[in-house]
Design a protein around this ligand. Structure first.
Ligand code: AMP
Ligand code: GLY
Length: 426
């Protein structure tokens, strides 16, 4: 089969490395791809949001199956456009992708169907939102822009001044454009965070191995929020009994709720959970694989990813084999100096004497291939170094041993990825 993957980050590199193992996989195209993906597929410089160009490309290249990985094209309706052109896809329709595209939608969905989440109220003007925050007078409080905001649309305010500034920045200064037409003010929840990605075709939902993201830029969860500086899987806080509770109270009810709304979700549904003392609650849904969660989840997948994706698209997920290896994985993100604020690009990357294997994978995110075989930095998160092993401590050690060998001007990574998970296990 000719496969098209849309996107160009570490998540897409992990998806491509995984589907390549399938006997069903033929030629792979990636739009736009990156410096690492270019070594294993044919990349073309078409933006992931340019849906008409993507559709024309797919028709011209006789693409048999498309995997739409990032949030933007999904929310814009890439799957609807490709399927209208006769190309089956892995990924939700526009109607279903709204579960990530609008936080007001997802909060209302959870409220309507009794899915546990933080208390909230939605506002369409800044004055009312600020008056509500003042009347609540409870801090920290959480302020969320309704729409997509590159992972920056959530502000945790410690006092009234910060909360007011957050509302003004979203609604009046329009820091995230139309994504700030509505704002959600949410109760602050305390607890350990867990990411669970799940395959679903609207009839069956199969959670993958759980994981833990590390969102802040610096060690000890200090510094600014980022797209994610590293992950481990499985997440030890997510016990079997919590998993059973989530299946019953969150995963199946969410799938059914989307069906009841006439918005059947097919693809990978991401549950961002927080384990509170009143049980697990949803802090966010994403309509796609997480990044960098995918970089620890897929290396532990034993089954054929492409076969699962095809089964989801045909609404036959119940017939697919989905199993994960025992053992653990750790991904350390190597970023450009200055990330998540401004950083320089174009630094040549020295990979030292690293050799990849099933137990050590180097996923490219913000990289570009030079004319020779050299690879240069081109983004904030540059590489994800994933190690898998029988136990988490070995996976963490091996990921760091490899990360130390990789050098470029200004490179940095967190030194404590997996620490919270290991503390819990010990
Ligand atoms: P999101 O973009 O929705 O994933 O939010 C980014 C981060 O903000 C989450 O990973 C949490 O760490 C935090 N967060 C979001 N909502 C809440 C909440 N209601 N209570 C506490 N922390 C939250
Ligand atoms: N790592 C969080 C996300 O993909 O949204």
């Amino acid at each position: 089969m000719n496969i098209l993957v849309i996107g160009g980050g570490g998540r897409e590199h992990a998806i491509i490395k995984s589907i390549k193992k399938s006997p069903l996989c033929g030629k792979i195209y990636c739009l736009p791809g990156n410096g690492g993906i270019a070594f294993e597929s044919e990349c073309h410089d078409i933006n992931a949001k340019d849906i008409s160009a993507i559709t024309a490309f797919s028709t011209e290249k006789n693409v048999d199956f498309a995997i739409v990985a990032p949030d933007d094209p999904l929310v814009l309706g890439a799957v609807d456009a490709l399927e209208a052109a006769g190309i089956p896809c892995f990924g939700p329709s526009k109607a279903a992708a709204i579960i990530e595209g609008s936080k007001a939608f997802s909060k209302d969905l959870m409220q309507k169907y009794g899915i546990p989440t933080a208390g909230y109220k939605t506002f369409d003007n800044a004055d009312d939102a600020i008056a509500y925050i003042s009347a609540q007078n409870s801090y920290p409080t959480v302020i969320k822009a309704d729409g997509l905001a590159l992972g920056k649309g959530v502000i945790i305010a410690e006092n009234f001044g910060d909360a007011k500034r957050a509302v003004e920045s979203i609604m009046l200064d329009r820091a995230f454009g139309d994504s700030g037409n509505l704002v959600v003010i949410e109760e602050f929840l305390q607890g350990m965070e867990v990411s669970v990605l799940a395959f679903t075709d609207g009839r069956t939902i199969i959670p993958m191995v759980s994981s833990m993201d590390h969102k802040r830029a610096l060690d000890g969860d200090k510094g600014l929020n980022t797209g994610g500086m590293g992950t481990v899987a499985p997440n030890p806080y997510y016990t079997n009994s919590i998993a059973d509770e989530c299946m019953e109270r969150i995963f199946i009810p969410t799938m059914n709720a989307m069906n009841s709304e006439g918005r059947t979700f097919k693809g990978c549904l991401y549950f961002g959970l927080i384990l509170t003392d009143k049980g697990p609650k949803v802090i966010e849904y994403n309509c796609r694989f997480g990044d960098p969660e995918t970089q620890v989840v897929l290396p532990l997948l034993e089954s054929d990813l492409l076969e699962i994706m095809l089964a989801v698209s045909k609404e036959r997920l119940s017939e697919a084999k989905v199993s994960f290896k025992d053992g653990a994985a750790c991904c350390v993100i190597i970023a450009s100096g200055g990330y998540p604020e401004s950083y320089e690009r174009g630094k040549v990357i020295d990979f030292g004497d690293i050799t990849e294997s099933d137990e050590l994978l180097i996923y490219h995110a913000g990289t570009k291939k030079g004319d020779n075989r050299a690879v240069y930095t081109s983004g904030g998160r540059v590489l994800g170094v994933t190690a898998t092993a029988k136990c988490l401590s070995e996976a963490v050690d091996n990921a760091y041993k490899a990360a130390k060998k990789i050098k470029f001007d200004g490179a940095f990574y967190r030194n404590d990825i997996g620490k919270k998970a290991l503390d819990y296990l010990n």
